[in-house]
Structure formats: C-alpha cells, structure tokens
Design a protein around this ligand. Sequence first.
Ligand code: APR
Length: 236
Amino acid sequence: MAAKKKVVFLTGAGMSAESGISTFRDAGGLWEQYPVMQVASHTGWLQDPDLVTRFYNERRRQLFNTQPCGGHKLVAAMEQDYDVVVITQNVDDLHERAGSTRVIHLHGELCKVCSSRDVENPRYWQTLGPDNCEVTPGTKAADGSLLRPYIVFFEEAVPMIAPAAEQVGKADILVIIGTSLNVYPAAGLINYTQSGTPIYLIDPKDVSVPYGLSVTHIKAGATEGMKQLMEILNKS
Ligand code: APR
C-alpha cells in the first residue's frame, strides 16, 4: 500500500465566507465595521478589554449560528485518500465541525478563553460552547488575571508558526483557500514548500503570490473550487 500523499491546506476567512461569516478585507468586511487596532491588537486589549471582550462575544454568538460549508466538508473528505493537515488563520471551529482531524490554528480559537497573564498555559484555558458563549467583561481567569479571548492579537507572536512551516515543508501538495495573503507570518508559509511542490490557490479573486512560485489559481469560491481541485487530483 503506497503511503498517502501529504496535502497541506492554508485557509483564511474566505474558507468560511460560504458559511455566512464575513471576511476581513472584502467590501463590507469585518475591518470595515470595526477599528481593527481597537478590537484585535494587544494595545487595543490593554486600552479597553471590555470592548474587546464584547467584540469576541459577538463573533462567538455568530459562530454558533453557522454551519460548515461544502468547502469545509470536502477538505475533511480529502482525509480518506490523503494525509491531510489544515493550517488555518481562522479562529472558528468549522474545519473541526466538518470532520477535519488535524487543524493548526495560527491565530487562536474563538471557542477558547485564557489567562491574560499566561496565555499559553492550558491550566487557565476554558472552552465556550453554544450555551455559554459570552464572557462578562471583567471576569477573571483562575490566576486572577482578566480572562481574555485565546486569539493571537496583532502585535503578538504566532506560537504555531514553526509547526505550521514544518508541515508545509513536508507537503506533496499545498492548497491555499480564501486568504488574501496579506498578514505575516501566515502569508509567508507559501515560501516553505519544497521547490516544485504543486501549489493550488482557490479564490474568486486574484491574489498576489511571491514571484517565482508556480501556482495554479482555481478562480472560484471554496466549495466549487474544492470540487474542481478534487477532479484535478483524481486525474493526476
Ligand atoms: N471562497 C473562497 N475565497 C473567498 C470567498 C469564497 N466564497 N469569498 C472571499 N474570498 C477570498 C477573498 O477574495 C480574499 O482573498 O477570501 C480572502 C479573504 O481575505 P481576508 O479578508 O484578508 O482574510 P484573511 O486572508 O484570512 O486575513 C488574514 O488577517 O485580520 C487578520 O487575523 C485576521 O486571520 C486574519 C488575517
């Protein structure tokens, strides 16, 4: 039995657009409605933790009213025939809910809250669900610090970038879905592929990629694009 080919996905907000979750930089995107540095940066958290807490409460409420889209389900279905790892910039749990079993969250997880003094200490993590999706501003973690969203804010390090880069370096195929590749270090992961590794990009719009990489652009949404990708892979 030949070893399964390793397919690594790098997904962004466009992956969840068809689930009804708005992207960040499309027209009407989240950053058009909210001042990103006030609700998603380390400085913003320090200046107004209550505003940040309310912002993520609203995003969590919205998440529990959404379902994985066809694209999430097809990414999960790929695990039957391939060794799949999903690296996502998204903080939603839609890949997991669609059945993906190996998901690396680069920018944190909306369903988790943590200590604001010791973010990476699992002892202080709490998982929030549909019945308790909100944090009352001012609530403390078990270490006495303010409870905060387990989100990698702008200005903060991305603890999972090294494991993610290692996975991309081992990929036989890299598939990028629904990211404008605007935000680093996540966007830089594309450069960790071995030379010659096929790279597919699923996005209805054009996305600029680093010079010299041969990328096959499937110009479609996540669900339709995944259908086209699976046809291409089945023929290869
Ligand atoms: N299917 C696939 N892609 C789509 C769809 C769709 N239905 N709709 C939009 N897109 C594409 C857009 O064309 C765009 O290229 O999804 C991409 C979304 O880009 P952004 O809004 O910039 O989101 P993302 O790249 O994930 O942002 C990266 O920025 O604000 C931070 O932490 C936040 O993780 C986020 C990071």
